[in-house]
Unconditional design. Structure first.
Length: 350
């Protein structure tokens, strides 16, 4: 932790917030943890944090790890962290946990997934709630990853909970996707239906010492060989591992770097990141429109009349929605134009 960091823990705005941000940028772990908490809670200072740190992001390599519960993802992540740290990389790990239906927080708590061999590593572990994204990434996961980047983390691993939506989310949020399976993961037809072949850049058949691991690896390799792909396109490798024993981890690690080099050399890395930013921007615009339009609407007296008109079948919900959006946007544009005109007139009179 940085020396001389005198900040009141109860104040997250103004000079104190600026000090937390500066400390994070200097590599302070305590400040980084606090900023991630603020971003995850969507505190008032969250937008300021993200705005200030953004110029210091965009350089980390992000890796998503997904797969069914009990596949040994956390153990494999810990082994991979060891490999990255051996090669002197600074690592950040975000473990997305199920959301508690009562508290809304991470069901397993703000835990730290570290083994006895974790001490002394240049690594930051953080658990986060999946939030409203049931089975997928939490809404603040990408923002938390940016905080880790700003803290100087060169590698950011995002471990997701379960399967389903998380597979799609992690594929859209990271550079490389590692899918972890076990001999008990189910038949190969179900895996094809789940879309694993479409989103996985690397497969790891974990717990390879169990019966059926070799058969699963061969079946996966066969499906990948039969899948049409353009000349020079990446063919996901199938690695067999026993993470608890430390076997096969280096093969997965080397596969991650081979995929990184492939993306970099073909220009696909830049394409993926640009596509990711475009989708994020669209999501942010939708969130802002919702905040500006809907959140303000529920405070107006007109809301009751609009609902009543729909209830009486005077207008259908779709048409009413269009009318509301049009009216609200026109009103805001008119108000902003009037404010701009007033400012110009005031300057002209000076």
């Amino acid at each position: 932790m940085s020396g001389g960091l005198a900040i009141s823990p109860d104040r997250d705005r103004g000079p104190d917030l600026a000090a937390w941000i500066d400390a994070c940028l200097r590599g302070d772990k305590r400040a980084t943890a606090r900023l991630i908490s603020m971003v995850e809670r969507r505190d008032p200072g969250a937008s300021i944090i993200l705005e200030r740190i953004y110029p210091h992001t965009g350089k980390a390599y992000t890796i998503g790890i997904t797969g069914p519960p009990g596949a040994g993802k956390s153990t494999l992540v810990d082994r991979l962290v060891n490999e990255f740290c051996k090669d002197r990389f600074s690592v950040g790990v975000i473990a997305v946990d199920p959301t508690s239906p009562f508290s809304g927080g991470a069901l397993l708590g703000d835990r730290v997934r570290m083994t006895p061999g974790s001490r002394g590593r240049d690594c930051f572990f953080r658990s986060m709630s999946a939030g409203d994204a049931v089975g997928g990434l939490g809404p603040a996961t990408q923002d938390a990853a940016r905080v880790l980047e700003a803290n100087g983390r060169q590698i950011v691993l995002i471990e997701t909970v379960g399967v389903g939506q998380s597979e799609l989310d992690v594929a859209q949020a990271t550079d490389t996707v590692l899918v972890v399976l076990t001999p008990e993961s189910g038949d190969t037809v179900q895996m094809m239906k789940a879309g694993l072949l479409e989103i996985a850049d690397i497969f790891a058949v974990n717990k390879a010492d169990r019966l059926g691991a070799d058969s699963l690896a061969l079946a996966l390799a066969g499906m990948l060989d039969r899948k049409p792909r353009a000349a020079g396109a990446w063919r996901p490798p199938v690695c067999t591992t026993s993470a608890s024993l430390g076997n096969g981890t280096r093969t997965v690690y080397d596969s991650i770097w081979r995929h990184h080099h492939h993306l970099r050399d073909t220009g696909e890395l830049e394409q993926r990141r640009r596509s990711r930013l475009e989708k994020e921007l669209r999501r942010k615009v939708e969130e802002e429109l919702k905040r500006v339009l809907w959140d303000e609407l529920v405070q107006t007296e007109k809301m009751s009349a609009w609902v009543e008109a729909v209830r009486k079948r005077e207008v259908d919900p779709q048409r009413m929605a269009r009318r509301i959006v049009t009216e609200r946007l026109e009103a805001k544009i008119h108000r902003r134009t009037r404010m701009t005109r007033t400012k110009k007139e005031d300057h002209a009179g000076d």
